[in-house]
Write a protein that binds this ligand. Sequence first.
Ligand SMILES: [Fe+2]
Length: 240
Amino acid sequence: MVVMAQNRLPMWPRPWALVVALLVLLACGQPVWAFQLPPLPYAADALEPAIDARTMTIHHDRHHAGYVKALNAAVAADPALAELSLEQLLARGARLPEVVRNNAGGHWNHSQFWTAMAPPGQGGEPSEALTGAIEASFGSLAGLREQFSAAAASRFGSGWAWLILKPNGELAITSSANQDNPLMGLRGSGRGTPLLGLDVWEHAYYLNYQNRRPDYIEAWWSLLNWDELNHRYAAARAPS
Ligand SMILES: [Fe+2]
Protein backbone atom coordinates (compact mmCIF):
# COMPACT_ATOMS: atom_id res chain seq x y z
CA MET A 1 0.00 0.00 0.00
CA VAL A 2 1.37 3.37 -0.99
CA VAL A 3 1.30 5.99 1.74
CA MET A 4 0.66 9.46 0.42
CA ALA A 5 3.52 11.72 1.33
CA GLN A 6 1.24 14.47 2.55
CA ASN A 7 -0.30 12.09 5.09
CA ARG A 8 2.94 11.25 6.77
CA LEU A 9 3.92 12.82 10.03
CA PRO A 10 6.90 15.15 9.79
CA MET A 11 10.18 13.28 9.99
CA TRP A 12 12.30 14.72 12.78
CA PRO A 13 16.02 15.14 12.13
CA ARG A 14 18.13 12.18 13.21
CA PRO A 15 20.41 12.89 16.22
CA TRP A 16 23.52 12.66 14.08
CA ALA A 17 22.10 15.34 11.76
CA LEU A 18 21.64 17.71 14.68
CA VAL A 19 25.21 17.11 15.79
CA VAL A 20 26.50 17.83 12.29
CA ALA A 21 24.43 21.00 12.07
CA LEU A 22 25.78 22.21 15.41
CA LEU A 23 29.36 21.47 14.37
CA VAL A 24 28.86 23.40 11.15
CA LEU A 25 27.49 26.39 13.05
CA LEU A 26 30.34 26.30 15.53
CA ALA A 27 32.85 26.00 12.70
CA CYS A 28 31.37 29.14 11.18
CA GLY A 29 31.96 30.95 14.47
CA GLN A 30 28.30 31.91 14.83
CA PRO A 31 26.44 30.37 17.78
CA VAL A 32 22.82 29.58 17.00
CA TRP A 33 21.61 32.15 19.54
CA ALA A 34 23.72 35.02 18.23
CA PHE A 35 21.97 38.32 17.59
CA GLN A 36 22.86 39.91 14.30
CA LEU A 37 23.55 43.50 13.23
CA PRO A 38 20.95 44.33 10.56
CA PRO A 39 22.32 46.18 7.53
CA LEU A 40 21.23 49.74 6.90
CA PRO A 41 18.23 49.67 4.52
CA TYR A 42 19.80 52.47 2.43
CA ALA A 43 23.22 53.90 1.65
CA ALA A 44 25.00 55.69 4.49
CA ASP A 45 24.70 59.01 2.65
CA ALA A 46 21.06 58.53 1.66
CA LEU A 47 19.73 60.62 4.55
CA GLU A 48 21.85 63.68 3.84
CA PRO A 49 21.65 66.55 4.51
CA ALA A 50 19.56 65.80 7.61
CA ILE A 51 21.99 63.11 8.82
CA ASP A 52 25.47 62.97 7.30
CA ALA A 53 27.11 59.79 6.03
CA ARG A 54 29.91 59.79 8.61
CA THR A 55 27.47 59.99 11.49
CA MET A 56 25.40 57.18 9.98
CA THR A 57 28.45 54.98 9.44
CA ILE A 58 29.84 55.45 12.93
CA HIS A 59 26.40 55.14 14.49
CA HIS A 60 25.57 51.88 12.73
CA ASP A 61 28.94 50.20 12.26
CA ARG A 62 30.36 51.04 15.67
CA HIS A 63 27.65 51.95 18.15
CA HIS A 64 24.92 49.55 17.07
CA ALA A 65 27.47 46.85 16.30
CA GLY A 66 28.89 47.36 19.77
CA TYR A 67 25.52 46.75 21.40
CA VAL A 68 25.05 43.55 19.40
CA LYS A 69 28.51 42.25 20.29
CA ALA A 70 28.10 43.03 23.99
CA LEU A 71 24.60 41.52 24.04
CA ASN A 72 25.81 38.28 22.50
CA ALA A 73 28.64 38.05 25.03
CA ALA A 74 26.31 38.77 27.95
CA VAL A 75 23.62 36.23 27.08
CA ALA A 76 26.20 33.59 26.14
CA ALA A 77 27.50 33.85 29.69
CA ASP A 78 24.03 33.37 31.21
CA PRO A 79 22.28 30.12 30.22
CA ALA A 80 18.98 31.37 31.67
CA LEU A 81 18.93 34.17 29.09
CA ALA A 82 20.62 32.52 26.13
CA GLU A 83 17.46 30.93 24.76
CA LEU A 84 15.28 34.04 24.92
CA SER A 85 14.35 36.20 21.95
CA LEU A 86 15.16 39.89 21.98
CA GLU A 87 11.54 40.76 22.81
CA GLN A 88 11.47 38.18 25.60
CA LEU A 89 14.60 39.72 27.06
CA LEU A 90 13.17 43.23 26.93
CA ALA A 91 9.95 42.12 28.63
CA ARG A 92 12.02 41.28 31.71
CA GLY A 93 12.79 44.99 32.11
CA ALA A 94 14.24 45.89 35.46
CA ARG A 95 14.84 42.21 36.29
CA LEU A 96 17.53 42.01 33.61
CA PRO A 97 21.20 42.31 34.50
CA GLU A 98 22.23 45.86 33.67
CA VAL A 99 24.59 44.82 30.89
CA VAL A 100 21.84 42.81 29.17
CA ARG A 101 19.24 45.53 29.65
CA ASN A 102 21.48 48.21 28.15
CA ASN A 103 22.63 46.18 25.18
CA ALA A 104 19.34 44.43 24.41
CA GLY A 105 17.70 47.83 24.45
CA GLY A 106 20.47 49.27 22.31
CA HIS A 107 20.02 46.54 19.73
CA TRP A 108 16.23 46.75 19.55
CA ASN A 109 16.08 50.55 19.64
CA HIS A 110 18.58 51.03 16.84
CA SER A 111 17.04 48.29 14.69
CA GLN A 112 13.72 50.13 14.70
CA PHE A 113 15.47 53.48 14.24
CA TRP A 114 17.06 52.65 10.89
CA THR A 115 13.84 51.40 9.34
CA ALA A 116 11.80 54.30 10.71
CA MET A 117 13.75 56.59 8.39
CA ALA A 118 13.81 56.85 4.61
CA PRO A 119 15.63 59.12 2.17
CA PRO A 120 13.94 62.51 1.88
CA GLY A 121 10.78 62.30 -0.21
CA GLN A 122 10.60 58.49 -0.08
CA GLY A 123 8.80 57.94 3.22
CA GLY A 124 5.24 58.04 1.90
CA GLU A 125 2.29 59.48 3.81
CA PRO A 126 0.42 58.50 6.97
CA SER A 127 -2.44 56.09 6.35
CA GLU A 128 -6.05 57.06 6.95
CA ALA A 129 -6.17 54.85 10.03
CA LEU A 130 -2.98 56.28 11.53
CA THR A 131 -4.01 59.84 10.71
CA GLY A 132 -7.28 59.29 12.54
CA ALA A 133 -5.51 57.93 15.60
CA ILE A 134 -3.02 60.82 15.61
CA GLU A 135 -5.81 63.38 15.36
CA ALA A 136 -7.71 61.66 18.18
CA SER A 137 -4.71 61.79 20.50
CA PHE A 138 -2.87 64.95 19.48
CA GLY A 139 -5.38 67.01 17.51
CA SER A 140 -3.39 66.95 14.30
CA LEU A 141 -0.16 65.81 12.70
CA ALA A 142 1.29 69.15 13.73
CA GLY A 143 0.26 68.41 17.30
CA LEU A 144 2.06 65.07 17.21
CA ARG A 145 5.15 66.69 15.81
CA GLU A 146 5.15 69.45 18.39
CA GLN A 147 4.67 67.14 21.38
CA PHE A 148 7.09 64.49 20.13
CA SER A 149 9.77 67.08 19.41
CA ALA A 150 9.32 68.57 22.87
CA ALA A 151 9.76 65.14 24.48
CA ALA A 152 12.90 64.52 22.42
CA ALA A 153 14.40 67.92 23.17
CA SER A 154 13.72 67.75 26.89
CA ARG A 155 14.97 64.20 27.52
CA PHE A 156 17.87 64.94 29.87
CA GLY A 157 21.14 63.32 28.84
CA SER A 158 21.08 60.29 26.57
CA GLY A 159 17.88 58.54 25.63
CA TRP A 160 14.96 58.17 23.26
CA ALA A 161 11.63 59.80 22.46
CA TRP A 162 8.78 57.42 21.66
CA LEU A 163 5.38 57.30 20.05
CA ILE A 164 3.60 54.31 21.54
CA LEU A 165 0.30 52.50 21.24
CA LYS A 166 -0.98 52.03 24.77
CA PRO A 167 -2.83 48.88 25.84
CA ASN A 168 -6.09 50.88 25.79
CA GLY A 169 -5.62 51.60 22.07
CA GLU A 170 -4.64 55.25 22.42
CA LEU A 171 -1.44 56.79 21.11
CA ALA A 172 0.90 58.50 23.55
CA ILE A 173 4.30 60.15 23.60
CA THR A 174 6.95 59.31 26.14
CA SER A 175 10.71 59.18 26.50
CA SER A 176 13.24 56.90 28.13
CA ALA A 177 16.75 57.19 29.48
CA ASN A 178 19.81 55.47 28.05
CA GLN A 179 18.74 52.39 26.03
CA ASP A 180 15.52 51.70 27.90
CA ASN A 181 12.28 51.50 25.91
CA PRO A 182 8.52 51.09 26.48
CA LEU A 183 8.71 47.32 25.95
CA MET A 184 10.49 47.06 29.30
CA GLY A 185 7.49 48.27 31.29
CA LEU A 186 9.62 50.60 33.38
CA ARG A 187 8.13 53.36 35.47
CA GLY A 188 8.53 56.70 33.72
CA SER A 189 9.25 55.24 30.27
CA GLY A 190 5.65 54.56 29.29
CA ARG A 191 4.15 51.13 28.75
CA GLY A 192 2.99 50.08 25.31
CA THR A 193 4.03 49.08 21.83
CA PRO A 194 6.63 51.46 20.41
CA LEU A 195 5.68 52.71 16.95
CA LEU A 196 8.45 55.24 16.54
CA GLY A 197 11.62 55.99 18.44
CA LEU A 198 14.04 58.87 17.97
CA ASP A 199 17.61 58.51 19.18
CA VAL A 200 18.71 61.64 21.05
CA TRP A 201 22.06 60.32 22.22
CA GLU A 202 24.77 62.78 21.19
CA HIS A 203 26.37 60.07 19.02
CA ALA A 204 23.29 60.37 16.76
CA TYR A 205 23.88 64.00 15.83
CA TYR A 206 26.93 65.63 17.44
CA LEU A 207 29.28 65.60 14.42
CA ASN A 208 26.91 67.75 12.41
CA TYR A 209 24.80 69.55 15.01
CA GLN A 210 27.07 69.71 18.10
CA ASN A 211 24.84 70.88 20.97
CA ARG A 212 21.94 71.88 18.70
CA ARG A 213 19.69 68.91 19.40
CA PRO A 214 16.50 70.80 18.42
CA ASP A 215 17.95 71.37 14.93
CA TYR A 216 18.64 67.64 14.57
CA ILE A 217 15.10 66.83 15.67
CA GLU A 218 13.63 69.32 13.21
CA ALA A 219 15.70 67.89 10.33
CA TRP A 220 14.84 64.30 11.31
CA TRP A 221 11.16 64.84 10.55
CA SER A 222 12.06 65.11 6.85
CA LEU A 223 13.23 61.48 7.04
CA LEU A 224 10.19 59.89 8.63
CA ASN A 225 9.25 56.62 6.94
CA TRP A 226 5.45 56.84 7.13
CA ASP A 227 5.07 53.61 5.15
CA GLU A 228 6.91 51.76 7.90
CA LEU A 229 4.99 53.59 10.60
CA ASN A 230 1.67 52.67 8.94
CA HIS A 231 2.78 49.05 8.95
CA ARG A 232 3.80 49.16 12.60
CA TYR A 233 0.52 50.74 13.64
CA ALA A 234 -1.52 48.12 11.75
CA ALA A 235 0.56 45.31 13.20
CA ALA A 236 0.27 46.65 16.73
CA ARG A 237 -3.53 46.81 16.43
CA ALA A 238 -3.88 43.36 14.87
CA PRO A 239 -5.21 40.63 17.17
CA SER A 240 -2.37 38.52 18.47
FE1 LIG B 1 22.28 55.58 18.89
